[in-house]
Design a protein around this ligand. Structure first.
Ligand code: FES
Ligand code: FES
Length: 200
């Protein structure tokens, strides 16, 4: 959406005074309203997506431009999945889409019609018993601030299922899409190894 990018850059260049003008200006548009006004109509069209989220079937009405991440967090208030970079670089938003790990920020919600989505909230059993990967992260102290953790855990579930947890080096390679700014990598690798061993 080039027009959106240009508008944001121009907005940042103008600084606080311009920000005030946009927010309280004659047009009366908030920044969000400004973005909306610049969004092509086809992306503002409302769609209905039917999907299963954590084993619960649902139909959600949303704008065509909405990402799976925003659908989960803003529309469904399922906020365990985190927004880090919002451009596919950090992995904080990792969810399972029909069992495959994806960056929810880079996935259009409408493309998930008929899909089964699993977020970190859907990993524990119905009885509340944690998934072996969740328990391993606790056992190995595999987090500090915790912001990346839900993405790491979901990614680790898929990493193990894919058979990519055979060694520390292999885990580091196949978990490399999940960034940890606290650098808890040794503990994360240990947690994945523990969960893989417990899986048998
Ligand atoms: S928030 Fe999606 S990859 Fe960073
Ligand atoms: S635990 Fe802080 S970013 Fe990973």
């Amino acid at each position: 959406m080039p027009s959106f990018a240009v508008t944001r850059r121009a907005f940042m260049r103008e600084g606080g005074a311009a920000a005030g003008a946009v927010i309280g200006g004659a047009a009366g548009l908030s920044v969000e309203g400004e973005v909306m006004a610049q969004t092509p109509l086809e992306f503002r069209t409302r769609m209905t997506t039917t999907m299963s989220v954590n084993r619960r079937p649902m139909s959600i009405s949303h704008e065509a431009r909405v990402s799976l991440l925003d659908l989960l967090r803003e529309h469904l208030q399922i906020t365990g999945t985190k927004k880090g970079c919002n451009e596919g670089a950090c992995g904080a938003c990792t969810v399972l889409l029909d069992g495959e790990r994806v960056n929810a920020c880079m996935t259009l919600a409408v493309s998930c019609d008929g899909a089964e989505i699993t977020t970190v909230e859907g990993l524990a059993g119905g009885d509340g018993v944690l998934h072996t990967v969740q328990q391993a992260f606790i056992d190995q102290d595999a987090f500090q601030c915790g912001y990346c953790t839900s993405g790491q855990v979901v990614s680790a579930v898929a990493c193990i299922r894919e058979g990519h947890a055979g060694s520390a080096a292999e885990i580091a390679e196949w978990m490399s899409g999940n960034i940890c700014r606290c650098a808890a990598y040794p503990q994360i690798v240990a947690a994945v190894r523990q969960a893989d061993r417990q899986r048998g």
